[in-house]
Design a protein around this ligand. Structure first.
Ligand SMILES: Cc1ncc(COP(=O)(O)O)c(C=O)c1O
Length: 441
């Protein structure tokens, strides 16, 4: 086995990195094999699988995770943005323990859900009223279902490369598991073609659903022109505009829509807003959400055993009220912008083609030249380059997702940013030549 990749091609360098990874992580390998007995691929969450096997993580503290083989990593996967508070925030921990001691499964309103609703509606301009669910997927499904019910139309427009949950997944084509809504697919950030499609399907479209920055699909922000044009066209045709801010609400105190200055009709939320516990929420215009008011005739029914579960509510309140203050949100996202610029500078200094897309505390490495306006642009990056980067960063003590998305968490400080930058620099230094050869297209 060799450890210096200078004269290797990408394929050989990846095989070498995989071999070193397997050797360094025997207990994760064994845990993976044993998990395969009763779970397909040893897995209950596809996004966490990568070959040869994922790390089994046994604990987390601050912005660090520790695996079953005893390695400690700076966590930049950060639970796909849900880990904004890190793994052990003391304020959230105290709130959860306190709620636990007061009893779970109460079977009535506990008062906590009203507090969290107040906090969220004061934060996010698009939220007049809100309802809670258990995941971002559910938040989007209820948003779309609401739009279909209020408009009496059936079709949904979504954008190529977007992800709104396992049954509303549009990366690399639609998933066969998607809910069977009539779909109109449009190219993200292509204003002309999107407006044409809206005009052509205006009579059928109940809603247009959009991540204002495509997250897992590439960390590509909607342009101001695009988002404003879609808002104007949807308004004109009575089509509901749904913003899926399950990830991006972390990008500013009032969510990304507050930065874009565009207010959707409905907003789907989730991830970190549950303070690290299962969570989702959908809300928006009062006249739409009031259709759920059970004190009115013919109200829509929206139930869900765990919608107001006391642990998620308590953790969500503590997080939003006491930890993620507007000042902390601004600080975190400014740190993200600085880190992204540092990584971009390293690519330039090492002469490696590519960039880092994103905004604030969410970013994705793109190891190939391009302007990255559309989610499909990320397909230019060779999958083996993403795999190599991930395994080489893990070997350097930085836990990185296979898609090379880096998400910041509040406990991260300059100490961690410096280590991330240093690890990335040695990765580039070691592999600059082969990355130049294979990613220059
Ligand atoms: C933009 C977006 N919407 C929805 C979801 C689904 O959320 P959940 O995994 O909580 O169902 C995700 C999850 O990654 C997401 O990134």
């Amino acid at each position: 086995m060799t450890s210096v990749g200078t004269n290797m091609d990408l394929h050989t360098a990846l095989a070498d990195a995989e071999a070193r990874y397997a050797e360094a992580n025997p207990q994760s390998g064994a845990a993976f094999e044993s998990a395969r007995k009763h779970m397909p691929g040893g897995n209950t969450r596809t996004v966490l699988y990568f070959p040869p096997f994922p790390l089994t993580l046994v604990s987390g503290e601050g912005c660090y995770v520790t695996d079953i083989d005893g390695h400690r990593y700076i966590d930049t996967l950060s639970e796909q943005t849900a880990g904004l508070y890190g793994h052990s925030d003391p304020v959230i921990e105290a709130a959860v323990i306190d709620a636990l001691k007061q009893g779970v499964m109460l079977g009535g309103p506990s008062g906590r859900e009203a507090i969290l609703a107040d906090l969220m509606c004061s934060r996010f301009p698009a939220l007049d009223k809100v309802r809670f669910v258990n995941s971002g997927t559910e938040a989007n499904l209820y948003s779309v279902a609401t739009a279909r019910a209020v408009t009496g139309r059936s079709a949904l427009m979504a954008f190529e490369g977007s992800y709104h949950g396992g049954v509303l997944s549009f990366g690399g084509g639609a998933s066969p598991l998607n809910v069977p809504f009539p779909m109109v697919m449009a190219p993200f950030n292509d204003t002309g073609r999107t407006l044409d499609l809206i005009e052509a399907h205006a009579e059928e479209l109940a809603a247009v659903i959009m991540e204002p920055m495509v997250g897992g699909g590439g960390c590509i922000r909607a342009t101001d022109e695009f988002v404003r044009a879609v808002r104007e066209a949807t308004q004109r045709h009575g089509i509901m505009l749904i913003f899926d801010e399950v990830m991006t609400s972390r990008l500013a105190p009032g969510g990304l829509h507050s930065v874009l200055g565009v207010t959707p009709d409905l907003l789907a939320l989730g991830k970190y807003l549950g303070g690290g516990l299962s969570f989702g929420a959908f809300g928006g215009r009062a006249d739409l959400m009031d259709r759920f008011d059970p004190t009115t005739p013919d109200a829509f029914v929206h139930a869900g055993t765990f919608n107001n579960n006391v642990l998620s509510m308590a953790a969500g309140i503590a997080g939003l009220r006491d930890v993620l203050t507007p000042a902390e949100s601004l600080r975190l996202n400014a740190d993200g912008d600085r880190l992204r610029n540092s990584l971009i500078n390293l690519l330039a200094q090492r002469g490696v083609p590519g960039t880092v897309t994103g905004y604030g505390s969410m970013m994705m490495l793109q190891l190939a030249d391009g302007d990255y306006q559309r989610a499909a642009d990320t397909a230019r990056v060779p999958v083996e380059a993403r795999a190599l980067c991930q395994l080489e960063m893990i070997a350097r003590g930085i836990y990185v997702s296979r898609r090379n998305m880096f998400n910041l968490s509040l406990p991260m400080s300059d100490t961690e940013f410096d280590q991330i930058v240093a690890a990335f620099d040695t990765f580039l230094e070691e592999h600059a030549q082969l990355l130049r050869e294979t990613c220059n297209r």
